[in-house]
Ligand binder design. Structure first.
Ligand code: VAH
Length: 316
């Protein structure tokens, strides 16, 4: 990777990935784009930023040619809960944007990354130690777009030789940005609310296990995967990646080591609970470990320490 364009740069992943890439590759070699253009974000003020609606193929192509990038990181998409509320918009944005990006990657021979998700699995998928290759019949529009995206990644690699790379992200936990419309958002909100109110009401029920990962590990693994030698990679649809499998009460116990009076209560949101229950409890990540050295650094204890410390410093 030398010169990189990112879509969705103001999103949960994009806002941290953009800053890390600017640090590693130089501010002049990272073109951050997003449909929004807030004046106060360092993603906008601390480097190259262009407004881009990913359904506008002509503008996307013009930016790729203007900055002569060699790598395309496509993050713009609607997340699971919002997608379930607006399924047609989710299909149009998630798939229309992705196809525009893949076509431009094909025309300009760009190295390509877009994330899939554990949301690409469904109720028939084995729930524990979910294999790299298994049944994928998701029951959400988000999941349908993620499986379709995985198949497109395979297709553009096999048919056109595009260097497509992807991972199935678990729930991602970040202190930089509040997530927007995901099912795993409770695992971010809980830390903000613990510090603000010493209490949190979870919309996901007790005992609901999902894979999770600290954003720091997610950002590092994207760079690690993108820098891995192409010949090492057998999976061009998406690799299973995860750092931990947790339920709300596990996070509660970890937070109480720092805030002993912290109280977790539950008000289950049936829509997001149903989505969560259709996803695996814990996926197998051996393929990513073996093929490109995936090795997350943050477990629940280490993540909780860092989250609370970082949020304390921000005086949220
Ligand atoms: C969501 N945070 O909840 C995203 C992610 C695995 C979850 O895809 O939609």
């Amino acid at each position: 990777m030398k010169k990189i364009i990112i879509t969705g740069a103001l999103g949960q992943i994009g806002s941290e990935l953009t800053m890390k890439l600017r640090e590693l590759y130089g501010k002049d070699n990272v073109v951050a784009t997003d449909i929004r253009e807030p004046k106060d974000s360092k993603v906008v003020t601390d480097g190259i930023f262009e407004q881009l609606d990913v359904t506008d193929a002509d503008r996307m192509k013009a930016l790729v040619e203007k900055y002569e990038v060699d790598t395309f990181i496509h993050l713009a998409a609607l997340l699971s809960a919002v997608a379930e509320a607006k399924p047609k918009l989710a299909w149009d944005l998630n798939m229309g944007g992705l196809l525009n990006a893949l076509e431009i990657a094909r025309e300009h021979n760009l190295k390509f990354f877009t994330p899939s998700s554990i949301g690409a699995f469904g109720p028939e998928t084995p729930k524990d130690q979910t294999p790299q290759v298994t049944i994928q019949r998701p029951t959400t529009m988000y999941g349908v777009t993620k499986v379709s995206g995985e198949l497109l990644g395979d297709y553009y690699f096999q048919k056109f030789g595009v260097d497509t790379r992807s991972v199935r992200f678990p729930g991602l936990i970040s202190h930089e940005t509040l997530p927007g419309g995901g099912t795993t958002d409770y695992a971010v909100d809980i830390y903000f609310e613990a510090l603000k109110n010493n209490a949190y009401t979870s919309f996901i029920g007790k005992g609901t296990y999902m894979d999770m990962m600290y954003m720091s590990d997610a950002v590092d693994l994207i760079i690690q995967l993108m820098e891995a030698p192409s010949e090492q990679l057998k999976c061009r649809n998406a690799y299973n990646v995860s750092a931990m499998s947790v339920a709300p009460e596990d996070i509660e116990r970890e937070i109480q080591k720092h805030l002993p009076e912290f109280k977790l209560t539950y008000e289950v949101d049936p829509v997001r609970q149903a989505i969560a229950e259709s996803w695996p409890n814990a996926i197998d990540t051996s393929a990513a470990q073996e093929e490109w050295g995936f090795s997350p650094q943050f477990d629940l204890e280490k993540m909780t320490n860092d989250m609370l410390q970082q949020l304390n410093n921000k005086e949220i």
